[in-house]
Design a binder for this molecule. Sequence first.
Ligand code: NAP
Length: 216
Amino acid sequence: MTVSRTLILGGSRGLGKALKALIPDALAVSRTSTESIDLSKETASNSVLTLVSEYEPSRILYVAGGGPHGPYFQKGIKSHKWAYAVNYFTPIQILNDLIEKSYEGEFIYIGSAIAERSTSDKSLSYSASKTAAKSVILSYDSKLLKTKVFSPAYMDTDLLPKGSWPRMECSELVIEPSKVAEVLLNWLNDQNGNNDSRHFDWIDRFDYNLPNHKDL
Ligand SMILES: NC(=O)c1ccc[n+]([C@@H]2O[C@H](COP(=O)([O-])OP(=O)(O)OC[C@H]3O[C@@H](n4cnc5c(N)ncnc54)[C@H](OP(=O)(O)O)[C@@H]3O)[C@@H](O)[C@H]2O)c1
């Protein structure tokens, strides 16, 4: 791995697209990208590992994520399974496979500072899978694999529903994905020892005034 290369898993829209704009030679993967992988499928990790051996990225950004929003039992089990697959099972499987292959690069998972604090019963599968992935990923021995978690707050992307309260009532809390991408890359590339923490939590780092009465 002599050349610095980035693989973006989930790079066609939202934060992934903003990252790709800042790293034009990165390889972006999604269901709709030219390099197409559906990260909700059980075979996704095999496809990603094949790509890793061909492309030899020094940095892998796992950006894809999502899940159903609304009363839990009104949402089909299929949508909850999808959330667990994309947010948890696929990235964890990829990590295990990378360790087996003695991958020497970095693996960065995009968490969610909101999901990690969520008390809402309307996003249970999303919050549980994001939070579990964060804990497991940060528990890896960094001698085995260099893992980090970057957890943004609300972003102005397709993932945040049109009528959601942050958009309607606190639009200053909804950050442009281009800004988030810039902060993420600065954090990763910081050579001055300010990035020794393996977890970046947007709400803790910035003056982000999240109303505590809100259903997150
Ligand atoms: N938006 C927020 O307010 C917010 C807040 C905190 C954390 N986050 C986290 O930030 C990350 C990026 O979110 P975003 O807001 O940028 O989301 P987004 O706008 O919905 O974009 C998601 C990206 O992931 C890809 N993707 C989704 N499902 C996929 C699948 N099954 N297989 C392959 N690619 C898939 C999408 O591409 P295709 O549809 O082309 O496949 C797209 O490029 C997520 O992990 C999310 O949990 C978001």
